[in-house]
Write a protein that binds this ligand. Structure first.
Ligand code: G16
Length: 543
């Protein structure tokens, strides 16, 4: 087997977004496109000769092809070993778990997360460092810089590796070990939660429904929820991963998981419902006819953490992304622990967790996690909820309402305007930024603007500064409107408007979020001039 040095030309569009490089499959299928990015990773991460990598993806279309290319490039670039998930499958949290457990140099994860898959869908790739978390901005900036000057890449001229049977083989001087995709992760979950209490809950007739959305968590949920915890076969839906996710949009929210939502809002709804996304790091939690917002979920997990074996000693601190509601801040305040506000993107939590500053963190974008790994973790959140229900023996809605009664309710909603022409989305951002001066002190109905800014963050651990992380319009009563551009979309631009109002009055807590936020929504439309500047009457997704 010989190493080929292949001449290439740089692509100008390989800037990693919120979580790696995500593009249409057809973009990745261009000659040299994937190879360039992989070489740019290898040229930027300074791996010692003989280092070990982890490799796997969410099983979407192009996963297998990409894995073969990356294996041959890793062999040609001097890696000593690659641990690859069987069939090329590793959920994002499982990849993070494997990187940490086997202390590897890092890993490459193939996923476009919640974006649709299939031949006409999206594909993605990202590098995770030895802590198991997404590469920091310093590393992703270096990868982008390398991608702009690349002239050649290395590839081993070798046959494809058999991915479907566990075992060890050689690719030139590099060892490839095909590992069980599920067992290390399942073992970790069993070490964190009280599985016997959850088993007892399920055996006692507590009914659950988990929607794997034909994405990567199918095999993980089957092993953990069914085999280890005894959930009935009909507790799982869409549990067979498909390359195109069955034509669905594997984003666990009220819009894109309609089958589960219908089941959970029916008269005979199960007691608990949950869904996870394409690569298994997001989660949606539902009770009987009740939706738990991700921001409330984070706050509740923090407030109840000591009921869970892994967190019974308490939390060092918590963190949330800036657009996530301040519900968890209230819990942190009551527990007298620090609460950090970071930009959007899980990579910002890694330093805080590595430094021991936070134990739990989460985002409004349906991501919750802890320091057990360095990615958000969908099934972990499901197990956390099941463990806490097993401990409290109350329905989901009652647990949330009691929480609101104690801490007040941060009523929350996000409006997404997807696939906008980039210029239109930017016009909205510029419009609000241009009006910062006149907005401060202005009154809109019952809301008075106290402060406006473009959020920036100084990492308390390494001092790095991230600017331009989203517009904040903060009102005097603690309500907020946040406007930012998504960093994960692949079609035009997606504008997100986040709405949050605080209400301590229990008498209002029964209100639907859209009702409770009706006035703030109008204020947001007025301040952003969104309809006028984009021509969009309605958002594409409301969560
Ligand atoms: C990624 C990041 C998350 C982030 C989310 C939303 O999630 O890992 O930390 O909150 O994108 O990003 P945006 O609002 O920029 O679209 P995932 O699940 O897509 O990897």
């Amino acid at each position: 087997m010989s190493t080929l040095t292949i001449a290439t030309h740089a692509f100008t569009d390989q800037k990693p977004g919120t979580s790696g490089l995500r593009k249409k499959v057809s973009v990745f299928q261009q000659p040299h496109y994937l190879e360039n990015f992989v070489q740019a990773i290898f040229d930027s991460i300074d791996a010692p000769k003989g280092a070990t990598l982890v490799l796997g993806g969410d099983g979407r279309y192009y996963n297998r092809t990409a894995i073969q290319i990356i294996l041959k490039m890793a062999a040609a670039n001097g890696f000593g070993k690659v641990l690859v998930g069987q069939g090329g499958i590793l959920s994002t949290p499982a990849a993070s778990c494997v990187i940490r457990k086997y202390k590897t140099f890092g890993g490459i994860i193939l996923s476009a997360s919640h974006n649709p898959g299939g031949v006409d869908g999206d594909f993605g790739i990202k590098f995770n460092s030895s802590n198991g978390g997404p590469a920091t901005e310093t590393v992703t900036d270096a990868i982008f810089a390398a991608s702009k000057t690349i002239t050649q890449y290395q590839l081993l001229d070798a046959p494809d590796v058999a991915l479907d049977i566990q075992g060890v083989s050689q690719l030139g001087e590099m060892t490839v070990e095909v590992i069980d995709s599920v067992s290390d992760y399942a073992e970790l979950m069993e070490s964190l939660f009280d599985f016997s209490a959850i088993r007892e809950l399920l055996a006692g007739g507590f009914r659950i429904k988990f929607d794997a959305m034909h994405a990567v968590t199918g095999p993980y949920a089957t092993e953990i929820l069914q085999r280890r915890l005894g959930a009935s076969a009909d507790s799982l839906m869409n549990a067979v991963p498909l390359e195109d996710f069955g034509g669905g949009h594997p984003d666990p929210n009220l819009t894109y998981a309609p089958d589960l939502v219908k089941i959970m809002f029916a008269d005979d709804a199960p007691d608990f419902g949950a869904a996870s996304d394409g690569d298994g790091d997001r989660n949606m939690i539902l009770g009987k006819r009740f939706f738990v917002t991700p921001s409330d979920s984070l706050a509740l997990l923090a407030a109840n953490a000591t009921l869970i074996p892994a967190y019974k000693a308490g939390l060092a601190g918590v963190a949330r992304s800036m657009p996530t509601s301040a519900a968890v801040d209230r819990v942190a305040h009551a527990l007298n622990i620090p609460c950090y506000e970071t930009p959007t993107g899980w990579k910002f939590f890694g330093n805080l967790m590595d430094a021991g500053k936070v134990t739990l963190c989460g985002e409004e974008s349906f991501g919750t996690g802890s320091n057990h790994i360095r990615e958000k973790d969908g099934l972990w959140a499901v197990l956390f909820w099941l463990n806490l229900i097993a401990a409290r023996r109350q329905p989901v809605a009652e647990i949330v309402r009691e929480h609101w009664a104690k801490y007040g309710r941060n009523v929350y909603s996000r409006y997404d305007y997807e696939a906008l022409p980039t210029a239109d989305a930017q016009a909205v951002m510029h419009h609000v930024q241009g009006n910062f001066g006149s907005l401060v002190g202005a009154t809109f109905g019952s809301y008075t603007v106290q402060h406006c800014d473009d959020f920036s963050y100084t990492d308390p651990v390494d001092g790095s500064v991230s600017t331009g992380q989203g517009i904040r319009v903060l009102f005097s009563d603690g309500s907020r409107i946040i406007v930012r551009l998504s960093g994960t979309g692949t079609e035009g631009a997606t504008l997100r408007v986040y709405l949050e109002a605080y209400d301590a009055n229990v008498a209002n807590h029964h209100l639907d979020a859209q009702q409770a936020l009706a006035e703030l929504i109008q204020v947001a439309l007025q301040i952003t001039q969104l309809k006028q500047l984009t021509g969009r009457e309605q958002p594409t997704v409301i969560t």
